[in-house]
Design a protein around this ligand. Structure first.
Ligand SMILES: CC(C)(COP(=O)(O)OP(=O)(O)OC[C@H]1O[C@@H](n2cnc3c(N)ncnc32)[C@H](O)[C@@H]1OP(=O)(O)O)[C@@H](O)C(=O)NCCC(=O)NCCS
Length: 153
């Protein structure tokens, strides 16, 4: 389903296409020290659910999740750095929640415990911390914990 999320700036959330992959990978490279490569996004396009947030025709964010039985797992989400703090991340997360309403019973995700902005975003949308995976993520200085978070419909 396509969703026009704002009438004021023609923001659109739509299913990603193969020709979006380079733009998505560039965006990811600006968003994390450990980005996915184009092939990983291509594989996600084939086997997961990959959506882009387009502003005035430009890919400005993306969301990827998997759906297995009654659980949907958020695998990645990012907004272009220069467009953050304008509500676009919240729009993508709300899309994820609404797209799975009546489909999944719960939503799962893992997030670096140092990623305050993402944790605040998830908390403010009803996700709660469910557990910790010690040393799950690589960092420039070693490893850091992942927070496992869950949203129950
Ligand atoms: C996390 C991310 C997607 C949020 O996108 P965004 O468009 O900036 O988010 P929004 O403007 O919709 O913010 C929604 C809420 O998230 C929280 N938030 C977002 N950025 C924040 C920041 N820098 N510091 C604290 N809270 C923040 C706030 O609660 C905010 O609500 P508020 O603006 O009313 O205070 C974005 O920061 C990003 O792309 N980060 C890099 C990729 C990443 O870390 N992804 C998560 C992987 S698990």
């Amino acid at each position: 389903m396509n969703l026009i999320t704002s009438a004021s700036d023609s923001t659109l959330i739509r299913a990603a296409r193969p020709d979006d992959i380079p733009a998505i990978a560039r965006l990811d490279a600006k968003s994390t020290a450990f980005p996915w490569c184009e092939q990983q996004f291509s594989e996600s396009l084939a086997s997961h659910r990959l959506y882009v947030l387009e502003i005035d025709g430009v890919v400005s964010g993306y969301l990827v999740y998997s759906l297995v039985l009654d659980e949907a797992e958020l695998l990645n989400i990012a907004i272009a750095p220069r467009l953050r703090r304008r509500g676009h991340g919240a729009r993508l997360l709300e899309y994820f929640i609404e797209a799975n309403r009546g489909v999944a019973n719960r939503l799962l995700l893992e997030v670096r415990h140092s990623n305050r902005s993402a944790i605040d975003l998830y908390n403010s949308h009803g996700f709660v911390k469910q557990g910790v995976r010690k040393g799950y993520y690589p960092t420039s200085y070693g490893r850091e914990d992942a927070w496992m978070m869950v949203y129950e419909y």
